[in-house]
Design a protein around this ligand. Structure first.
Ligand code: NAP
Length: 255
């Protein structure tokens, strides 16, 4: 089969920000002809398909924690050879709690999805990304400093931020931008899983942003080729503090 034109591939499209990316990309990028939407919950992806009227939609119900499913995506890419204009890696999860109080599979699961799957999807989609293409990676403001009580998640997002910035530098010659999106707390289903062991802190509850606003800002930043997207003055301020104050002090303060 020949190459397909103008495709957006979005992981984590069944809820929250991934879903919102699909809706807003459909709204603001009329040139995108086809969406590949990825997550485990097929029925949610089918619901999203109804919102992407007039576009071709490929539903890929994949568990990105399974190598077989990553291989299946790779095979689909090899068969279809899409022209990918936008890749959004939004699949991810976090669990609040001390490392020693959590199950090992939950700790390593965050690394598997947030880091390993994101790297694998980026790697296998990369050959199909066109000139002026955009890669949007969901990191988090948790990437800005180590977070006791959210240690694995914060470390996994530091990986995403570091990986994305270096990749963006590598891809300058190919005219592909990479944007790491680093919001603070955002009101999504994320917290259904995040609170498995411990409740979210009150200050985070009080500062939750709306998913549509975070995603809109991310799309604007990606369009301008910015390497990092931070929504809102609070998180912008937090980023500056985390850059200039010693990590030990910041951890003591946040903890
Ligand atoms: N909400 C926040 O406060 C916040 C803040 C900063 C950054 N982030 C990051 O933003 C991204 C999106 O989060 P969200 O807030 O939109 O959360 P969400 O509503 O819980 O969405 C997470 C998405 O990831 C998918 N996913 C999880 N595990 C998967 C797996 N094994 N295979 C395939 N897909 C998987 C889920 O789909 P299925 O369950 O259907 O598989 C879902 O579509 C995440 O990377 C998160 O870490 C969130």
């Amino acid at each position: 089969m020949g190459k397909k034109g103008n495709v957006a591939i979005i992981t984590g499209a069944s809820s929250g920000m991934g879903r919102e990316f699909a809706i807003q990309i459909a709204q603001f990028y009329p040139s995108i002809q086809e969406f590949w939407i990825i997550a485990r919950r097929k029925e949610r992806l089918e619901e999203l398909q109804e919102k992407l009227l007039g576009r071709r939609v490929k539903i890929l119900a994949l568990d990105l924690g399974r190598q077989e499913d990553i291989d299946a995506l790779k095979q689909t890419l090899e068969e279809e050879k899409p022209h990918v204009r936008i890749l959004v890696n939004a699949a991810g999860f976090g669990m609040i709690g001390r490392v020693g109080k959590m199950q090992e599979k939950d700790c390593t699961g965050m690394v598997d999805i947030n880091c390993r799957a994101l790297t694998a999807v980026t790697h296998i989609v990369l050959p199909y990304i066109t000139k002026k293409g955009q890669i949007i990676q969901m990191a988090s403001s948790a990437a800005f400093m180590p977070q006791p009580g959210f240690a694995v998640y914060a470390a996994s997002k530091s990986y995403v931020l570091s990986f994305s910035r270096a990749l963006g530098c590598e891809l300058k010659g190919r005219d592909i931008s990479v944007t790491a999106v680093c919001p603070g707390p955002v009101k999504t289903e994320f917290f259904d899983i995040a609170e498995t062991y411990e409740a979210v802190r009150l200050y985070k509850k009080l500062t939750m942003a709306k998913a549509d606003k975070v995603v809109y800002q991310a799309l604007v930043d990606a369009k301008h080729g910015r390497s990092v997207s931070v929504y809102g003055p609070l998180m912008k301020g937090f980023r500056v503090l985390a850059k200039f104050l010693p990590a030990d002090f910041m951890m003591m303060f946040v903890h």
